[in-house]
Design a protein around this ligand. Structure first.
Ligand code: ADP
Ligand code: MG
Length: 677
C-alpha cells in the first residue's frame, strides 16, 4: 500500500487489520428496499435507483457552483444537488446506473436530495454476486468508499475465524450471534435484518465493556475496603423531622432511605442523587450530615461556587444549629484568621460539618474523622478534585448531587459505578405548571418588559439573562454591563437594575445578590452565572435574550431560578429560531417542565458523542451502540456485567479469561481507573 493511502487510513483511525475490521459502515444502501421516484415522500429518508439522465453545473455567483445530477427510474425523476462540489459532475456518465440515498426534499416542483450519498451500481445482469445491501464505510480524501470496502473484505478474509470472547452460555442466553458472523454481517449483510443482528451483537459488546468497567470499579471502591458503618438512628437523625418546617415528599423519603441504608452498611457509599432544581436535594443531604454527627465523624459538603456554598449555609446552618451540630464555611475568600480557626477545628474534630468550595480540599486542610463527602454539581469538578476529596478520609461515603438532568440510559453508562436516587416531584405544591414558559418574538419585547414591571409592582423580582457571547467571559460581561445600563436608563428608569457577571469578584457578587434578595434591586441583569443554585423565592419573572443560543439543559437550569417560592414563575424566551432543529428545541422547552424528559430529547437530537466524554474517564466511546436506541441492550449488559463481576470479581475463571483479555485491550489506559477505585 502506498504512503498516501496509509496516511488517509490513519486519518480514519485505521492503523491495523483489527482497526479495519472495526471500521463499521455508518449506513447501508438497502437495494432490496428502494423507493419509486414517483411515490417517495418529501421529508423521508430513502434510497432510489435510476439511470443518470442529465448532468449540469451552474455558476449563479462567482463563488457558488451548483451541480445537478438527474436520475430517472421509469416512474419519475429525482435530482441530486451539490453546492461547490463541481467534481461530482465528472464522477458519473449519462446512462449509468446509480443509487442515491438521503433525505428527499421538494423544491421548485421537483424532488431533490441535497448531497445524497451516491453509489455507482453494476448493470443488473452482471451476475448473482452482487450484494443487495451495500455497506457504506466512512471514506476520506484520497480513499474512495469502494476501495475501503474492498480493503475491509480482504481484512475480514485475513482475520479468518475470530475466536469469540463472550462466554457461550451468555451469548446463547441473550440470543446474540457469534463474533465472526457479526463481523462479516456488519460489513457485508445479506439483508437489513442480518445487518441489524450483527449490529446488536457488536453494540452489546461495547455496552458490556463499559458496564464491566463500571462493575469492576464499583467492586474495587465498594467491596475492597471496609467502610464506615454509620449510626443512622441517633438523636440528630430523630430530631431532624421536627426541626424541619415542612414534611418530606415521598421521593425525598425514598432517597433518604436509600442513603441511610448505604451509610449504615460497613462499605463505602457510592451514590448519586439526581433531581431537577427545586426538587429539594439539600434537605436530603441534611440527613446524611445528621448521621455523621450521630456517628461522631465529620462530613464535607463541596460546591463549585461560593454562591452555592453560601446557600448551603443559609439553608442548613440554622437547621444544624437547632440540632446542636457544629459547622463551618470555608471558601477562597475566608479570612486568614478565620481559616486557621476552621482548620484547627477540622483537624481536632471540633467541627462536624464543613461547607465550602475547592478550599475544602487544599493540601493543608486535614480532617480528624471525615466519613462522608457530598459533592454538588459534580460534573463541574475534575477527576483529580474528586480524588483529592476522597483522599481526605478513609473509605469515605460519597454522595454526589446533580441538577443536570441526565437521561437514565446515560447515567447508567457514564455513572454506572454509582447507585442512583431520583427526585422527580417538586415539593410545596409547586407542580409542573408552577413555572410557565413562552417564546417571545421581536414584537413582544414591550409586553415582556411590562411583565417585569407588573411583577415588581406585586413585590416580586425579575431576572434578565443576557445572550451567550461566543468570545470570552470578559466580552460577555461587557455585553451584560451595557445591557444593564440600557435597561436602567431607557426601559426601567423607575426601577432599580442590578448586574451579576462571572467577572465580578466574589464580594461584589455576594453584595448584589444580597440586594436582590432583600428587594433593594428589582431587576437583576445576569450572564449565565445564575445558572447554578441561586435561590431567591421572590424572583418570578425571567427573560432570556437570544435563547436559541442556549442548550436545552442550560435553559432548563436557568428557568429553575424562578418560581422557587409560593408564587408561580413566568419565563419569557426571546427567540427567533430559523432552523427546524431550533424550532423543535424551542417547542420542547415550552412543551415540558420535566428536565429528564428534555434530556432524553436532547440525547435523541444530538446523540451521545460529546456527552459521553463529559466524565473524562477515558472510557472507550460508542462506535455502534446508541444509548437512545439501545436502552434494552444497555439494561441487559448492565445486568450481565454485575452478575459476572459478583461471581468472578477478577474474571479468572477459564470461561472468563478471553473476556478479561478483550476488556483490558479495549479499556487500555482506563484499565487503571477501573481497577484502582
Ligand atoms: P435543589 O437543591 O434540589 O434545587 P432545594 O434543596 O434548594 O432544591 O429546595 C428547593 C426549595 O424547596 C427550598 O426552598 C426548600 O426549603 C424547599 N423544600 C425542600 N423540600 C421541601 C418539602 N418537602 N416541602 C416543602 N418545601 C421543601
Ligand atoms: Mg441545591
Amino acid at each position: 500500500m502506498d504512503d498516501k493511502r496509509a496516511e488517509a487510513l490513519a486519518r480514519l483511525g485505521v492503523h491495523s487489520v483489527g482497526d479495519l475490521v472495526r471500521h463499521y459502515p455508518f449506513r447501508y444502501l438497502d437495494l432490496t428496499a428502494t423507493a419509486d421516484m414517483r411515490t417517495v415522500q418529501a421529508g423521508s429518508q430513502a434510497t432510489v435507483v435510476g439511470r443518470v439522465h442529465d448532468i449540469t453545473v451552474k455558476q449563479p455567483r462567482p463563488r457558488l457552483s451548483i451541480t445537478e445530477i438527474a436520475l430517472v427510474d421509469g416512474t419519475g425523476a429525482l435530482i441530486g444537488v451539490w453546492f461547490n462540489q463541481p467534481y461530482m459532475a465528472t464522477r458519473f456518465r449519462v446512462g449509468e446506473r446509480v443509487a442515491f440515498a438521503g433525505q428527499v426534499v421538494f423544491e421548485y416542483g421537483l424532488k431533490q436530495m441535497r448531497a445524497p450519498f451516491v453509489e455507482r451500481l453494476p448493470e443488473e445482469d452482471a451476475g448473482p454476486s452482487i450484494a443487495c445491501v451495500l455497506p457504506v464505510h466512512g471514506a476520506t480524501e484520497g480513499l474512495s468508499t469502494n476501495w475501503i470496502r474492498r480493503l475491509v473484505a480482504i481484512a475480514l478474509e485475513d482475520a479468518g475465524d475470530v475466536p469469540d470472547f463472550l462466554p457461550s452460555a451468555l451469548r446463547v442466553r441473550r440470543g446474540l450471534v457469534g463474533l465472526s458472523d457479526a463481523l462479516r454481517a456488519v460489513h457485508f449483510p445479506v439483508s437489513s435484518d442480518d445487518a441489524e443482528r450483527a449490529r446488536r451483537r457488536l453494540a452489546y459488546d461495547e455496552l458490556l465493556t463499559i458496564q464491566l468497567a463500571m462493575a469492576l470499579r464499583r467492586h474495587a471502591v465498594v467491596d475492597a475496603l471496609p467502610g464506615h458503618a454509620h449510626v443512622v438512628d441517633g438523636s440528630s437523625m430523630k430530631a431532624l423531622p421536627t426541626a424541619l418546617p415542612f414534611g418530606l415528599t415521598p421521593d425525598q423519603e425514598t432517597a433518604i432511605g436509600e442513603i441511610v441504608a448505604d451509610m449504615r452498611a460497613p462499605r463505602p457509599m457510592n451514590r448519586m442523587l439526581l433531581g431537577d432544581v427545586g426538587t429539594g436535594k439539600t434537605v436530603v443531604a441534611a440527613h446524611a450530615l445528621a448521621a455523621c454527627a450521630d456517628s461522631g465523624t465529620q462530613a464535607a459538603m463541596m460546591a463549585p461556587t461560593e454562591v452555592l456554598a453560601g446557600q448551603y449555609v443559609r439553608a442548613l446552618g440554622p437547621l444544624l444549629d437547632a440540632l446542636g451540630i457544629s459547622w463551618a464555611l470555608l471558601t477562597g475568600s475566608t479570612k486568614a484568621k478565620e481559616r486557621s480557626r476552621i482548620l484547627a477545628g477540622l483537624a481536632d474534630g471540633g467541627i462536624t460539618v464543613a461547607f465550602g468550595t475547592h478550599a475544602l480540599i487544599q493540601e493543608d486542610v486535614l480532617y480528624a474523622r471525615l466519613s462522608l463527602a457530598i459533592v454538588d454539581e459534580q460534573h463541574r469538578f475534575g477527576v483529580e478534585q474528586r480524588l483529592a476529596l476522597r483522599n481526605k478520609g478513609e473509605a469515605l461515603d460519597m454522595l454526589v448531587m446533580t441538577a443536570t438532568p441526565i437521561p437514565r440510559s446515560l447515567a447508567l453508562t457514564v455513572y454506572g459505578d454509582l447507585e442512583t436516587s431520583y427526585l422527580r416531584e417538586r415539593p410545596g405544591g409547586r407542580g409542573a405548571d408552577h413555572v410557565s414558559t413562552r417564546i417571545v418574538s421581536k414584537g413582544g419585547r414591550p409586553d415582556a418588559y411590562q411583565a417585569v414591571r407588573d411583577a415588581v409592582a406585586r413585590g416580586e423580582r425579575a431576572y434578565i439573562v443576557c445572550a451567550l457571547v461566543d468570545e470570552s467571559d470578559a466580552t460577555e460581561a461587557r455585553a451584560a454591563t451595557a445591557e444593564a445600563r440600557r435597561l436602567q436608563r431607557q426601559v426601567f428608569p423607575e426601577l432599580k437594575v442590578g448586574l451579576l457577571t462571572g467577572q465580578m469578584t466574589a464580594a461584589d457578587k455576594h453584595e448584589v445578590m444580597g440586594r436582590f434578595r432583600s428587594g433593594e434591586v428589582d431587576v437583576l441583569v445576569a450572564t449565565t452565572v445564575i445558572e447554578v443554585g441561586v435561590d431567591v423565592p421572590e424572583a418570578t419573572v425571567m427573560i432570556v435574550e437570544d435563547s436559541e443560543r442556549f442548550g436545552l439543559a442550560q435553559l432548563h437550569q436557568l428557568r429553575g431560578r424562578v418560581g422557587r417560592g409560593e408564587r408561580p414563575g413566568e419565563v419569557l424566551l426571546f427567540a427567533d429560531p430559523r432552523t427546524d432543529d431550533g424550532r423543535a428545541r424551542m417547542a420542547a422547552i415550552v412543551g415540558t417542565n420535566d428536565g429528564f424528559e428534555l434530556a432524553e430529547y436532547d440525547l435523541e437530537l444530538r446523540g451521545e458523542g460529546d456527552v459521553l466524554g463529559a466524565r473524562q474517564s477515558g472510557l472507550p466511546g460508542l462506535r455502534i451502540a446508541s444509548l437512545s436506541r439501545d436502552g434494552d441492550l444497555l439494561s441487559i449488559a448492565r445486568e450481565d456485567a454485575r452478575a459476572l463481576v459478583s461471581s468472578d470479581p477478577q474474571l479468572v475463571l477459564a470461561e472468563h479469561v478471553p473476556l478479561r483479555e478483550e476488556l483490558q485491550e479495549r479499556l487500555a489506559e482506563s484499565w487503571e481507573w477501573v481497577s484502582a477505585g
